[in-house]
Design a protein around this ligand. Sequence first.
Ligand code: AG3
Length: 274
Amino acid sequence: KAETWFTEYQSENLSIGLRINKSLHSEVTEFQTLDIMETEQYGNLLVLDGCVMTTDKDEFVYHEMISHVPLHTHPNPKRVLVIGGGDGGAIREIIKHPSVEKAVLAEIDGRVIETSKEYFPQIASGLSDPRVDVQVTDGIQYVKDHNGEFDVILVDSTDPIGPAVGLFARDFYQLVSEALTEDGLFVAQTESPFANRELIRQVNADIKSVFPQTHMYLAFIPTYPTGMWSFTMGSKKYHPVNDVQAQRVTGTKYYTTDVHKAAFALPPFVEELI
Ligand code: AG3
């Protein structure tokens, strides 16, 4: 077996390693380094600035949970925006909802979209759907220019370093709120409760100061730092547990209505952050 390993240094003292069969693609884009490798364990792997974004075999957890939880909280989501998420995984899940008329992808780095189409065809499959509008643009500018237009917004970003810094800020959550309809809601990926405690505390305080309701939920993602991952929802009206809608999509591998509800049950060491 090849002895080449990809290592993500998740902190000074922690890393995750994946055995690599071969490198498929490597470049420095206008915004970040972009690497795609074939791994023995998880299929193809997408890495941005040294951080695991997604793999063929565990992507369903993240993409189902970032999409189906907010879309089953809103009673009738018609217009949905994804900021980031250039691989297309969230879009693929969103367009499974029959109520969705339009899904916009606002991704800053067009190279992520192009290389995902080539190396992750299963993940990027939704990007060519007629309801999908792909915009290669700065998500912050995009929300500024689209007031009151979306029922649901997903922030499918990289870590709060590099091109995504501005997506973890109170000013941005305010713009997201303005881009939503009056009963709209949004979800952001908000890192690991083991590894990023201060960040989660700050993000929750910031979202709370903008939205009437803030709720955190968890999912198990084996290739992300510590495996325990958080998402935070800001909502103007609907409550993710009390207002949960009957499941509208079939064939999910992680999401069910029970998983949806259970994901909001937080262990005390996480609860104390919010
Ligand atoms: N968004 C990336 C989550 C952050 C992972 N962080 C890390 N590996 N340090 C996922 C993009 C998938 N659509």
